[in-house]
Write a protein that binds this ligand. Structure first.
Ligand SMILES: Nc1ncnc2c1ncn2[C@@H]1O[C@H](COP(=O)(O)OP(=O)(O)OP(=O)(O)O)[C@@H](O)[C@H]1O
Ligand SMILES: O=C(O)C1=C[C@@H](O)[C@@H](O)[C@H](O)C1
Ligand SMILES: [Mg+2]
Length: 207
């Protein structure tokens, strides 16, 4: 009993308040909650948890691309190159955005594509999971499944991508800091950030 209380006291943010979950669902409506951000930011891991918290389905565009093409992402890059991959990614995301509500975690480059970004901004609610280079590097260096990081100096490549992409990811509707805290905490913070959008709408319509 005492142990249970202790856990609650040390991790209070890991559970979003029920009224915030309700507000977040209301804000989302029938749209997709679209996670964007660099490789390793946690779009897939946190997106899945947020979907569980909101009680809505989860889909990952990288997995969906692999499912429809019956190829892995490294194989697609190898066989067709990045432009073809981006075109396929845009088609898959366009289709996924038609069904909601759900959580859609995208591949790291999806929101950089003008067509995909315009579709996401028009039809979804976007969340940028923002993380520091060191956090990202610790995570992505554990696996070598990212074709864009198959370079002579992958950490420098990741740093360059961060410089290029962060101004564009910043166009997302909401930004949440991803860091080495418990994944449930980051997921709960996302839900609470969505709930705050609902309060803003109420404030505006009340005036
Ligand atoms: N808050 C966290 N604490 C610890 N590990 C985390 C956290 N968030 C994510 N991770 C881990 O980091 C790794 C990368 O996360 P994930 O695959 O979700 O990133 P991603 O943004 O989907 O990357 P990609 O663009 O390559 O698909 C995974 O092993 C995941 O479990
Ligand atoms: O950041 C990127 O451009 C990518 C991230 C991954 O999720 C994959 O979509 C692919 O490896 C490209
Ligand atoms: Mg992912």
């Amino acid at each position: 009993m005492a142990r249970g209380r202790g856990r609650q006291l040390t991790q209070p943010q890991a559970i979003a308040p029920e009224q915030d979950i309700e507000k977040a669902r209301r804000v989302l409506g029938h749209r997709n909650l679209v996670f964007v951000g660099l490789m390793g930011a946690g779009k897939s891991a946190i997106g899945r948890l947020v979907a569980q918290m909101l009680g809505i389905p989860f889909v990952d565009s990288d997995h969906e691309i692999e499912r429809v093409s019956r190829m892995t992402i490294p194989e697609l890059f190898e066989a067709y190159g990045e432009p073809e991959f981006r075109a396929l990614e845009a088609r898959v995301i366009k289709r996924l955005l038609k069904t909601g509500p759900r959580v859609l975690s995208t591949g790291g480059g999806a929101f950089m594509n003008d067509t995909t970004r315009a579709m996401v901004l028009a039809n979804g609610l976007s969340v940028w999971l923002k993380a520091d280079l060191e956090v990202l590097w610790t995570r992505v260096s554990k696996r070598d499944s990212r074709p864009l990081l198959k370079t002579a100096n992958p950490k420098q490549t990741l740093s360059d991508l961060l410089d290029q992409r962060y101004p564009v990811y910043a166009k997302a509707d909401v930004t949440v800091q991803s860091r080495d805290d418990d994944k449930d905490i980051i997921a709960a913070e996302t839900v609470m950030a969505l709930a705050r959008l609902d309060s803003r709408q109420e404030t505006v319509s009340d005036q």
